[in-house]
Design a protein around this ligand. Structure first.
Ligand code: SAM
Ligand code: SF4
Length: 345
């Protein structure tokens, strides 16, 4: 093939979006950078986790190579997660490497907040745009109990304060509501949003807990969370951004801060899902509720070209599971697929 022919293929390839058989297009890439974590949240981690061997975990160069390939196919947003992403050594280096990819517009991180106080500035300087901090209780003792680590609540709150002072483009709070554990704090979290002006996102408890304790009775539906908040603070739904996991509401009285409700279990937004995920050991996961995983690490380490990797990812994404919505419509039970700490959320 002539050089011109090759250039033509590369050019066409660049303009081809990453699309699945239902017409959904990938725009957001969630990368789990490690499965390791210093917390043991009871809805996420098994009691005795078995970590991936270090040799199985993708290097920063390998992660960036995949991100570049995806950016050429239309991905514009990257979220780093884990395990605890800030436990990965020199994570700021990865952020600055990803920042060099011209088509990537936003880089976000989801963190337990433990290392934020000392790391937030470095992360910001490396080019991090947005931070989501998981905070599952505003009661210190309960918080410690949920995350399985003593005396950490104040430290996480301090991390949140430092992040706020640094002025990231967006700071959000994630709270997983579990019936009988923290569902009595829904109004307290709504008040936190009002006081701080931050977006507090309530996440429905999913059956991806490492301990397999999940039962339908423990799930607090998003609708109930909204009703509870509205007993004191009426809400107004905002127009949902395409591909967003959350329905966002503002407070009707105009007081600052928003509420996000992530109804992955009761009213999921599968039809315009624009996410693709990768585990720390290089498995492409087109849908978190689907069992399919595609091992891109063996291509990366087996000398495959970018075009070969792109075709492999295209094939994986084309076959993306229709989504949890279809299970719900058919009254099928959603079951444990893989634990959240391996998936990255
Ligand atoms: N360690 C980081 C953290 O906790 O933010 C990032 C990884 S964590 C797996 C990503 C998100 O998944 C967090 O917001 C966490 O609260 C949420 N999560 C974990 N287990 C969950 C479950 N069983 N159901 C719903 N969300 C869960
Ligand atoms: Fe760690 Fe995050 Fe899972 Fe908690 S939710 S155990 S902080 S990975």
């Amino acid at each position: 093939m002539s050089d011109n022919g090759r250039k033509q293929i590369a050019f066409e390839h660049r303009n081809e979006q990453l699309e699945d058989r239902f017409g959904r297009v990938a725009r957001k890439f969630r990368i789990s950078v490690t499965d390791r974590c210093n917390f043991r949240c009871n809805f996420c981690m098994p009691i005795k986790p078995v970590w991936l061997p270090k040799s199985e975990i993708l290097t920063y160069e390998e992660i960036v190579r995949i991100a570049r390939i995806l950016a050429k196919m239309g991905v514009t947003k990257i979220r780093l997660s884990g395990g605890e992403p800030l436990m990965r050594r020199d994570i700021d280096k990865l952020i600055s490497m990803l920042r060099q990819i011209p088509d990537i517009k936003t880089i976000a991180v989801t963190t337990n907040g433990f290392y934020l106080t000392e790391m937030a500035r470095r992360l910001k300087e490396a080019g991090l745009d947005s931070v989501t901090i998981s905070l599952h209780s505003l009661k210190p003792e309960r918080f410690d109990e949920i995350v399985g680590k003593q005396g950490v609540f104040e430290r996480v709150m301090e991390g949140l304060r430092v992040a706020q002072e640094l002025g990231f483009d967006a700071i959000k709070i994630n709270v997983v509501i579990v019936r009988g554990c923290n569902d009595d704090e829904i109004l307290d979290f709504a008040e936190l949003a009002r006081k701080t002006g931050l977006t507090v996102r309530f996440i429905e408890y999913m059956p991806f807990d490492g301990r397999k304790f999940w039962q339908p009775e423990l799930l607090v539906p998003g609708e109930e969370i909204v009703r509870t908040i509205e007993t004191l603070y009426p809400l107004v739904p905002l127009l949902r951004e395409q591909g967003s996991t959350a329905q966002i509401y503002r407070f009707a009285d105009g007081i600052g801060g928003n509420i996000g409700i992530i109804t992955s279990m009761t009213a999921p937004f599968c039809s315009d899902c624009d996410r693709i995920r990768m585990t720390a050991d290089g498995k492409i996961i087109p849908c978190m509720f689907g069992k399919d995983e595609y091992d891109v690490k063996s291509l990366l380490r087996g000398g495959a070209s970018d075009d070969e990797i792109a075709s492999f990812i295209r094939h994986a994404f084309w076959n993306k599971f229709a989504g949890v919505e279809t299970l719900l419509k058919e009254n099928q039970i959603v079951t444990h697929v893989r634990p959240m700490y391996k998936l990255g959320g």
